[in-house]
Design a protein around this ligand. Structure first.
Ligand code: BGC
Length: 760
């Protein structure tokens, strides 16, 4: 009854197909011949070991840096040094530079002045947009709309390639179940299935149909692997993980990305069970190459090979280079270790030439696949750069994506949407007019001057802009002289308060781990003082992770989770506030009651002593002294300006044969007064298995748009492939027996049914 690799692959295909993801047929085919082309083999034959090491080396592009401090300063070279090294064939890839002019200089040098004329690859962290910044990936995951993610990735690719880029270090597909970890902002949240869907959509969007097209941006699934599982949510920290959970939770989004045609993967900073990911042969060779037959390239994270020394895993830099290449890292990012040590490691026999050759073959094959040998100046067109910068279409897409990423958490007595006239509105808080915290983390190339702040967006939506007053109240983490008094006065003089509070953009993202995931104290104080005026309050949260909500913020009659929405923040928020857009996003991460519940995810296991839902006073149950272990706002949760009612769940059979399909149908009705979209979710629980199973797992979701009064049946298909888990022998398997399922609005409600999976 165990499922082999073939079966697990099939499972992915089934899941994707039944999720209703558009355009699977567009997925790139990833089956280059195992032996490289004649051109690549002939180049390889001519290359010296120094030139080979050069192809495997990637350095920060200081010829055309957008800003100085994207990463720690190590081994940086100035323009002259870089050009000299390109001439000497010591560089294969440059990263995090922008602009056609500098790229032309570098590429001309490589093609015309290096011995073999091998073109460079230009890479960058294009995470959520380039010049036009889109919502952070976590926000966009809240849209539960892979089609939207595909469109924003495509638009980002068009802009980025116009600036002389070929390759993005995205998508980040790390599943993140600890909200203390700041990098959750770059991913798709806590769920595997949603993570797979978003990973595939982004790969398709970045790469487009043809990798050799000038507007195709090679995608990188990162960070391989289990970076999201760092202990205590502390960035870069140790990971202790069972093989089952690694394979069941953390690896599937990578596999999904590869199935969609992704040809690059980045090895992570962290160690796993004592072996750093960047020297992890089990991950980089056994699983990636041997089990999955991945044909693309592995690049280390920034100096991650060199960090093997600090991990206490490598004796010195030379040893680190040896361990990384032998484990399966093809390209070394920024440390310079491969250039420095591979020639000697090969001559002394510590690294077989064949290992280096395989890595070089993969890099050259990728360059060939991307059309660089035939068109080394692809994507280097100054006219395209000018034409594709922040076009009206890209900005409109950013606005649309922003509005579709906003989650309405609370809306007592229909406070929202607000009328566009007749009310005096006080916009209060550090983000009211702020333009420094709009774009979110990892948006270095974004044009800040194009960002629309909240005040600007809201004013533009009002019939009489003079009805809006602004009071900052406090800074993100500090008080302002007289700030509280001004805020209270503004609230007192208004009919309704918009309180814009949350995290600054430097509070999430890389290295931004938090022990408490609530509002900074000064902002909480602001909220309490403003609430005391008794004015109706709408909270506009800004954040790169799930937050805990307290006091007046938690009790506010209306709350919107607005994340970091990018360039069109103010307009997108206004669209939702005033009802131009009916919010339809759903949480991709659970909002816990308290920080101490983290790591928290809806799909936890049950324990032998589950806490009873109805009675939280019982001792000796899996509960906290102060809180039941459940979410304040669960995964999948979100409201809109209309109401949806699910009813009439039907299963095509109560006894699913081993190779058969189960059709699950339910009716969804828009019972409110305005048109809207609902995300209908299907969850499953395996009642009894040879491994304890999560209380629920998302298996399908579908977006349905309904007019007021309209109802429609939604139908999901399930097969055995969706009922599998990783069990004995670290293999995917399904076990006959009873399963519960729910057609639901979120991870904790829904219409329940059950069925039996029959044995083979
Ligand atoms: C990050 C990567 C990123 C790289 C290059 C590292 O610090 O972990 O995600 O791609 O820097 O900028």
């Amino acid at each position: 009854m165990t499922g082999g690799d073939g079966r697990s692959l099939r499972r992915r295909e089934l899941m994707t197909g039944a999720a209703g993801l558009a355009g699977l047929a567009l997925a790139l085919r990833t089956s280059p011949a195992r032996a490289a082309s004649k051109r690549v083999e002939s180049l390889l034959d001519q290359m010296t070991i120094d030139e080979k090491a050069g192809q495997l080396s990637c350095y920060a592009d200081m010829i055309r840096p957008p800003v100085g401090d994207i990463n720690p300063v190590v081994n940086q070279r100035n323009t002259e040094q870089l050009l000299a090294e390109i001439r000497a064939s010591r560089i294969g890839t440059l990263f995090n530079g922008e602009g056609v002019e500098g790229a032309l200089l570098a590429q001309t040098t490589a093609v015309q002045q290096s011995r073999l004329g091998i073109p460079l690859l230009f890479a960058a962290d294009v995470i959520h947009g380039f010049k036009t910044v889109f919502p952070i990936p976590l926000a966009e995951a809240a849209s539960f709309d892979p089609g939207l993610a595909e469109r924003t990735a495509r638009a980002a690719a068009v802009e980025a390639t116009s600036y002389g880029l070929h390759w993005t270090f995205a998508p980040m597909v790390d599943v993140a179940r600890d909200q203390r970890w700041g990098r959750g902002a770059e991913g798709s949240g806590e769920d595997v299935f949603l993570g797979e869907a978003m990973a595939q959509a982004r790969v398709r969007g970045f790469q487009g149909r043809d990798l050799a097209a000038p507007d195709s941006l090679l995608a990188t699934a990162k960070h391989f692997a289990a970076y999201g599982a760092v202990t205590a949510g502390l960035d870069y920290n140790t990971v202790e993980l069972s093989e089952e959970t690694l394979r069941e939770v953390h690896l599937p989004p990578f596999k999904a990305a590869f199935d969609a045609g992704c040809l690059a993967v980045m090895s992570a900073f962290n160690d796993i069970n004592g072996v750093p990911a960047t020297a992890n042969k089990h991950l980089l060779t056994d699983i990636l190459r041997n089990e999955w037959d991945f044909r693309g390239v592995v690049i280390s994270d920034y100096t991650a090979d060199q960090e093997l020394v600090a991990h206490g895993f490598a004796a010195d830099d030379r040893d680190a280079a040896r361990l990384a290449i032998l484990a399966g890292v093809d390209i070394s990012m920024q440390s310079g270790l491969y250039s420095r040590y591979l020639p000697e490691l090969v001559s002394s026999g510590l690294v077989p030439m064949a290992v280096v050759d395989s890595a070089v073959r993969r890099v050259l094959s990728l360059k060939e696949r991307m059309g660089l040998f035939d068109q080394p100046y692809r994507s280097l067109d100054a006219k395209a750069q000018a034409a594709n910068t922040a076009t009206p279409a890209a900005r409109a897409l950013s606005r649309e994506a922003g509005a579709r990423s906003i989650v309405l958490l609370r809306n007592d007595a229909g406070l929202l949407p607000l009328p566009t006239q007749g009310q005096r509105i006080a916009l209060i808080g550090p983000f009211a007019e702020d333009r420094d915290n709009i774009l979110g983390p990892w948006a270095f190339y974004g044009d800040r001057s194009l960002g629309v702040d909240l005040a600007t967006g809201i004013r533009a939506a009002l019939a009489d802009p003079s009805k809006l007053t602004i009071a900052r109240g406090c800074d993100v983490e500090n008080t302002l002289l007289g700030g509280y008094d001004q805020a209270v006065a503004a609230a007192a003089a208004a009919d309704v308060v918009l309180l814009a509070v949350g995290e600054g953009q430097n509070m999430s993202g890389e290295a931004q781990s938090r022990t408490e995931i609530g509002l900074p104290r000064v902002q909480q104080r602001l909220a309490e003082l403003v609430a005391q005026t008794g004015k109706p309050m709408v909270v506009l949260l800004r954040h790169g992770r799930a937050l805990t909500l307290d006091g007046a913020v938690k009790a506010a009659p209306a709350i919107l989770a607005t994340w970091f929405l990018g360039a069109e923040t103010g307009n997108a928020v206004a669209d939702v506030l005033f009802g131009k857009v009916n919010p339809s996003a759903r949480l991709p991460v659970s909002f816990p009651h308290e920080s101490g519940q983290e790591p928290y995810a809806y799909n936890h296991r049950t324990t032998g002593r589950p806490a009873p839902q109805a009675d939280d006073s019982q001792e000796y149950k899996a509960r906290w002294r102060t809180t039941r272990n459940e979410a304040l706002y669960p995964f999948g949760y979100g409201l809109g300006y209309t109401t949806f009612v699910l009813s009439n769940i039907r299963l095509s059979t109560a006894r699913l044969a081993w190779n058969d399909k189960l059709y699950v149908t339910a009716q969804v009705a828009n019972t409110g007064k305005v048109a809207g979209e609902h995300v209908v979710q299907l969850y499953v629980r395996d009642r009894v298995a040879s491994r304890t199973r999560p209380v629920r797992e998302l298996k399908r979701f579908i977006r349905v748009a309904l007019k007021p009064g309209e109802k429609r049946d939604v139908r999901f298909t399930l097969e055995r492939g969706s009922l599998m888990f990783v069990g004995d022998g670290d293999r995917w398997l399904a076990e006959p027996g009873m399963f519960d399922l729910w057609v639901a609005n979120n991870a904790v409600d829904g219409l329940a049914a059950s069925f039996e999976l029959l044995g083979a």
